[in-house]
Design a protein around this ligand. Structure first.
Ligand SMILES: Nc1ncnc2c1ncn2[C@@H]1O[C@H](COP(=O)(O)OP(=O)(O)OP(=O)(O)O)[C@@H](O)[C@H]1O
Ligand SMILES: [Mg+2]
Length: 364
């Protein structure tokens, strides 16, 4: 898919800005703190209905304004317009001018994959953050996954309340376990499919980007031993086996809420082994694998957003990365300077300063 234009009002440091984008490589340049990341963030918001930087939407509204408004026209099979209006008390999501009631009907329309320097944090973060990344990516390709996840989370809350109650109703616990196992089956199935696809391409992508002859990959730490052969019965069995422990500890010890996705270098945890550069390239390989996963599952190419990533790579790897992505994907890159090796005839350049965006060359 191709983002053709983006209009933002009262979003972050922008009062009113509009940008028409090129189908290929778009480079947004500007000094620090001028609004480069904010521009990408507005596209992320349309993709996920949340920011990648903060969870409190109110901070996205331009200081002193009542609401923020992000509109985008993109093209996949046809031209679509989507819009998010962010109020202090919530948001309104619109497709072709009509409000949609559920986020699950909106997420997955415009798919972007963002790589920002801060992403490296997830190697060291708690499993919850890595699960969040996995959930976010699968949600882009499956609305049913999001529904299963939300339902599971409600059931889990209920189960934990029940375990904490003075007289646990065992029949109700049976019912909850059965319902949870049903949702977990769908979730494990989708997570396993996700990880299997990433695993099959990530090592080669890493070698391509890095020219490093080592193997990096991801591993699924699933709540059942063999995710390939998961069934509702096996998940139910897991909850039954843990029941005594759960009653004693008054919380649900096993389930998809405890799973993790591990990043490994030569089969070992990457955190202590990899250099900073290797971590960066691992994350890049992961993001490239995400592009392919989304494309496989939806039949549409997502848009790649690279926030301030080039300056952190050496020149050879910068060029390698751009060669790998610029033909198949629409790419929006931010950088304080326009890299000299780029052919100005092949790109569109925009300059961002104090909340305004100005096309410099190639922009439409
Ligand atoms: N709600 C808001 N209202 C007004 N201005 C805001 C709001 N939120 C953030 N800003 C401003 O946006 C600017 C930061 O924008 P952004 O993060 O996009 O910068 P950048 O161009 O990516 O910079 P860098 O090169 O340092 O990454 C800051 O000046 C900040 O004060
Ligand atoms: Mg920035």
């Amino acid at each position: 898919m191709i983002v053709r234009s983006l209009k933002i009002r009262n979003f972050r440091n922008y009062e009113n800005a509009e940008i028409c984008l090129n189908p290929g490589l778009n480079v947004i340049t500007g000094h620090n703190a001028q609004g480069k990341t904010n521009l990408l963030e507005s596209l992320v918001y349309l993709s996920l209905t949340r920011s990648h930087r903060i969870s409190d939407d109110r901070k996205l509204i331009h200081e002193g304004s009542d609401f923020a408004d992000i509109r985008c026209e993109y093209e996949d099979d046809r031209i679509q317009t989507i819009r998010a209006i962010i109020h202090p008390k919530g948001k309104t999501l619109m497709v072709r001018g009509q409000p949609v009631r559920k986020s699950s009907e909106f997420i997955g329309l415009l798919n972007v994959v963002l790589f920002a320097p801060d992403d490296l944090r997830i190697f060291n973060d708690q499993p919850r953050e890595r699960r969040r990344v996995m959930n976010q990516e699968i949600t882009k390709v499956s609305g049913k996954y999001l529904l299963a996840l939300n339902h599971y989370q409600n059931l889990l809350k209920e189960r934990n309340i029940l375990l904490k109650s003075a007289n646990t109703d065992m029949r109700y616990l049976d019912i909850l376990d059965e319902q949870m196992a049903r949702e977990e089956y769908r979730i494990v199935f989708e997570r396993n499919k996700f990880i299997r696809q990433i695993q099959s391409i990530m090592p080669a992508l890493y070698r391509d980007i890095s020219s490093d002859d080592i193997t990096v990959n991801v591993r699924y730490r699933c709540c059942v031993e063999d995710p390939e052969n998961v069934s509702e019965d096996k998940l139910l069995e897991m909850h039954r086996q843990n029941r005594e422990k759960d009653l004693e500890n008054r919380m649900t010890s096993a389930g998809i809420h405890r799973e993790d996705i591990l990043f490994e270098l030569e089969g070992k945890n990457l955190i202590t082994l990899a250099s900073q550069g290797q971590k960066r390239m691992t994350m890049l390989a992961f993001k490239m694998a995400l592009l392919r996963y989304i494309q496989n599952e939806t039949g549409k190419r997502p848009v790649l957003l690279l926030d301030d990533v080039l300056s952190e790579l050496d020149l050879t790897r910068q060029k390698k990365l751009l060669d790998m992505v610029k033909a198949p994907y629409q790419c929006i890159i931010t950088s304080t300077e326009l890299p000299e090796y780029l052919n100005r005839n092949e790109i569109a350049e925009y300059f961002v300063g104090e909340g305004t965006v100005t096309p410099v060359s190639g922009g439409m």
